[in-house]
Design a protein around this ligand. Structure first.
Ligand code: CTP
Length: 413
């Protein structure tokens, strides 16, 4: 869906990723939007006002105390004559200033003066992102109603550095901006308001000894997207996640766990729920007796025998509850062959209402990737969905769930 002809005020911060703004401006204009820009002083080190102005076809604003700028359009009008304010790349410093309510330059003054939605796309070194000060500031601006998009995971401009901190890709940022400009009528109706949605996500790690563990390749992306989608529909969301390197989603109660046993305990504590989605790739087995000391190589060269024990099946336990069972229990089936037949078996054996089945064979690229092709298996039959971004799978799944648990609210749509 394109949101045509909106006014976007883009604040370009001082980071290497600033060059991506040039591409974003071009694409936003192709989509019919007008883009006005403010560049912070630091942004000038990375892109020039000349190139930004050439792409926006508008004057570039830079200085709070520039008489010409103020005469042409005062900073208060600049802050309000727009439909959305976007900050990209948002540096740790700019986010800190926003959190503190500073207004000592044009960008921060406009951010304080605006009455329009604000979308912030952070980009910084992973250590700066993970610093408690940055995390505190991000949580603060989110509490203030700012939407934070990303950062993404990957290689950084600094050689050899990788982790969470990259500016999200331009198409993802444009999608978030347009979403903010025009939340669907459906999302605005908040069909999951008053409902509690519980989601498990990510892998679990099962200790072998203090330094080693059993794990799997789940990234947690699909589960986290489902949490975000449920939140957008107005639900109270508890996201119980195994170890992942994803940013903490906005407005959601995140419970971090490591092992399957911890995940089960967290699920039981978070109950009751109206909808429970089991997207985690829970390890089926744990070590029967994890060692409390690091296992050493034996002098005979014989490898250690690791005796495994079965983990609790969380979905199965919740699916079979007779008291306080969630209205809708949704499981996933990660399969490398006979996807639908295996999903049907799981639907029955785990007493789920729906199973979202996906092919996780290495060729599919699902594990760790951004896209997913799923089949929704229920007692009513099988629906095969086209390949979609994991966020779209999440949005559709939660919209469907909302129709099931709150039919009255959505019928009014
Ligand atoms: N699941 C769970 N607890 C477990 C194992 C699986 O809650 N101990 C849930 C998963 O979150 C998912 C569903 O069960 O929703 C199916 O997971 P999957 O790994 O596909 O199936 P398994 O039951 O592990 O069966 P198998 O590995 O034999 O295919």
């Amino acid at each position: 869906m394109t949101t045509k002809g909106k006014r976007i005020l883009l604040i370009i911060g001082g980071g290497i990723a600033a060059y991506k703004c040039l591409d974003m401006i071009r694409r936003l204009r192709e989509r019919g939007h007008t883009v006005r820009t403010i560049m912070t002083k630091a942004a000038h080190e990375f892109v020039t006002p000349l190139s930004v102005g050439a792409l926006t076809n508008e004057r570039v604003f830079t200085d709070l105390f520039n008489l010409d700028d103020e005469r042409e359009i005062g900073h208060i009008r600049l802050a309000r004559d727009t439909d959305v304010v976007v900050v990209a790349p948002a540096t740790a410093d700019l986010i800190a200033k926003m959190a503190g309510g500073h207004a000592n330059d044009l960008a921060t003054a406009v951010l304080l003066a605006t009455d329009k939605p604000i979308v912030v796309a952070p980009a910084m070194n992973p250590s700066m992102w993970q610093h408690p000060a940055t995390q505190r500031n991000v949580a603060q601006i989110q509490n203030d109603g700012v939407e934070v998009v990303g950062p993404g995971i990957g290689e950084m401009a600094e050689r050899g550095e990788a982790g969470v901190g990259r500016l999200v890709e331009v198409p993802e940022l444009i999608a978030a901006i347009e979403q903010r400009l025009n939340p669907t009528k459906y999302e605005s109706a908040k069909p999951l308001a008053g409902k509690h949605v519980l989601i498990t996500s990510g892998p679990t790690h099962e200790p072998i000894d203090p330094v080693r563990y059993l794990a799997n390749r789940s990234s947690g992306k699909q589960g986290h997207e489902i949490a975000a989608a449920a939140h957008r529909l107005g639900a109270r969301v508890t996201l119980i996640s195994g170890p992942v390197s994803l940013p903490e989603p906005n407005g959601i109660n995140l419970v971090r766990v490591v092992t399957a046993a911890e995940m089960l305990e967290a699920v039981q504590q978070a109950m009751p729920a109206d909808i429970a989605v089991f997207a985690a790739a829970v390890a089926d087995w744990k070590l029967a007796k994890p060692k409390s000391e690091k296992i050493k190589k034996s002098s005979s060269g014989e490898p250690p025998a690791l005796k495994l024990a079965e983990n609790p099946d969380i979905l199965k336990l919740i699916g079979h509850l007779t008291k306080a069972r969630p209205t809708l229990v949704i499981g996933f089936a990660a399969e490398t062959e006979d996807v639908i037949a295996n999903a049907r078996k799981k639907l029955k054996s785990k007493a789920a209402d729906w199973i979202v089945a996906n092919d996780v064979s290495p060729e599919s690229g699902v594990m760790g990737g951004d896209r997913n092709t799923v089949h929704l298996v229920s007692r009513a039959g099988v629906e095969s969905w086209p390949e979609m971004h994991k966020s779209e799978v999440a949005a559709q799944l939660m919209a469907r769930a909302a129709e099931t648990v709150s039919p009255r609210r959505t019928a009014a749509e």
